[in-house]
Design a binder for this molecule. Structure first.
Ligand SMILES: *Cc1c(COP(=O)(O)O)cnc(C)c1O
Length: 426
């Protein structure tokens, strides 16, 4: 790092340098065999990742976007269908729906978890859909299109409320595809099964991304579908490889969407560290929670006691977010916004005919969220500096109705006071 005092949003260099020998040897052995696509190492990684998620099958593909698209198609989503998801996700979720020939439709999110609100799903199914007499299909009343699947997204590494979503899906015969692209290793306590379950093991299938910045990242593009359904897994295997089960015997048209062998070997190497990295992320999140406690106007992430989040991102909610982000940028702390414009208001979806105000919770949240730096190598003193800057900014702000009574650890503080964190030995 050239700029010593700066804090990057993400550090992808250190973890790879730490594993340099292991990663380089992966490349060396690939060169020796020239096995660049498919092969034993892909099978091995698939088996390990399936085991990690607690499912029967994992099929490695080219990206998280491929994983979502193949899972939808393999699960039976047809051209002309409607698939329900949330508006505050990365556009890959809805791109996959469109690429499967279906149309995305949105339900609003829960104000506390930023995940799909099951009450909104229920309301959508009860008030905007009807069951046709003839086919028994669930149709959207307005578009007359069949609604066939739901994609809950485990945003930021926090599990969506799967019990209620799965209940509704069963009642209305909908397929559930989890978008677990930010949630490798996150856990959810299933009341139905009375046990903890991992992200990717709860729906009909799930999509993972191994984009470099994810909790488990390749050194390039990669993704995977997980499922307990052998037929679905088999169809994904065909879709990723030009619709063939045997070479040059194309039963359907597919795609070039395979996981390459070097990436599989890199993922195999890194998977051994994933639980440790996730634990570090959880510890960093707990420290942020503590350090930010004095800042009573900053809303930290909410983690339900029935879940174990893996903090792909640590997202706070605060008024005048843009001003805080600018202040942190001046202090050489990089932050990001995930995501600044909800999908229903993106130009790419203008044809869906949405307007501002349609999904008020997601819109309100998008205007106030800020992702702070988080990665396993983030140090405690860096967190102290980040949170001290957040608090300093709050103290310098003109008094307004919401933070008039800003208190720091029970003490009233005058605007303009500078807050320095106490020294700790953690
Ligand atoms: C990263 C991500 C994707 C897409 O994954 P790629 O590997 O980049 O195609 C999809 N959904 C969510 C929620 C993501 O964060």
């Amino acid at each position: 790092m050239t700029d010593k005092g700066s804090i990057p949003f993400l550090d992808l260099v250190t973890p790879h340098l730490e594993l340099e020998e292991e990663l380089v040897s992966v490349f060396r052995s690939a060169l020796k065999t020239a096995g660049f696509v498919g092969g034993q190492i892909v099978d091995d990684f698939e088996e390990e990742f399936a085991q990690f998620c607690g499912v029967q099958y994992c099929v490695g593909v080219g990206s998280g976007t491929d994983a979502l698209r193949f899972a939808l198609m393999a699960g039976g989503v047809q051209p002309g269908d409607t698939v329900l998801t949330v508006p505050n996700t990365f556009i890959a979720t809805t791109e996959a729906i469109s690429q499967a020939g279906a149309t995305p439709d949105f339900v609003d999110i829960d104000e506390r978890t930023y995940n799909m609100d099951p009450s909104r799903v229920q309301e959508y199914l009860e008030t905007q859909c009807c069951v046709t007499g003839a086919s028994g299909k669930l149709l959207n009343r307005k578009t007359r299109r069949p609604v066939t699947a739901i994609i809950p997204v485990h945003m930021y590494g926090q599990m969506a409320n799967m019990d209620r979503i799965l209940d509704l899906a069963e009642r209305y015969h909908l397929m559930v595809i989890e978008d677990a692209c930010q949630a490798h290793g996150a856990e959810y306590f299933s009341s139905g099964q009375n046990r903890w379950k991992r992200a990717g093991s709860m729906g009909s299938a799930a999509a993972f991304s191994f984009y470099p910045g994810k909790n488990l990242g390749a050194c390039g593009e990669a993704g995977a579908v997980t499922t307990n359904d052998p037929l679905l897994a088999e169809r994904v295997r065909m879709l990723r490889d030009h619709g063939q089960r045997q070479k040059y015997c194309h039963e359907i048209e597919g795609y070039n969407g395979r996981l390459d062998a070097i990436q599989a070997a890199i993922l195999h190497t890194k998977l051994k560290y994933l639980s440790e990295w996730n634990e570090k992320r959880r510890r960093i999140a707990r420290r942020y929670d503590e350090l930010l406690r004095p800042a009573t106007t900053v809303i930290p992430p909410y983690e339900s006691p029935r879940t174990k989040a893996v903090y792909h991102l640590y997202v706070i909610r605060v008024r005048n977010r843009d001003a805080l982000q600018a202040h942190l940028t001046d202090a050489r702390i990089t932050t990001q916004i995930h995501y600044p414009t909800p999908l229903h208001l993106q130009r790419a979806y203008a044809t869906l005919g949405h307007k501002r105000g349609d999904l008020p919770v997601a819109e309100g949240v998008a205007a106030e969220i800020l992702s702070l730096p988080i990665y396993p190598q983030l140090e405690y003193r860096q967190q102290e500096r980040i949170t001290a800057e957040v608090i300093n900014w709050l103290l310098k702000r003109p008094v307004n109705s919401r933070n008039q009574h800003l208190s720091l650890g029970g003490m009233s503080v005058l605007p303009g006071m500078i807050f320095t964190p106490q020294k700790t030995n953690t």
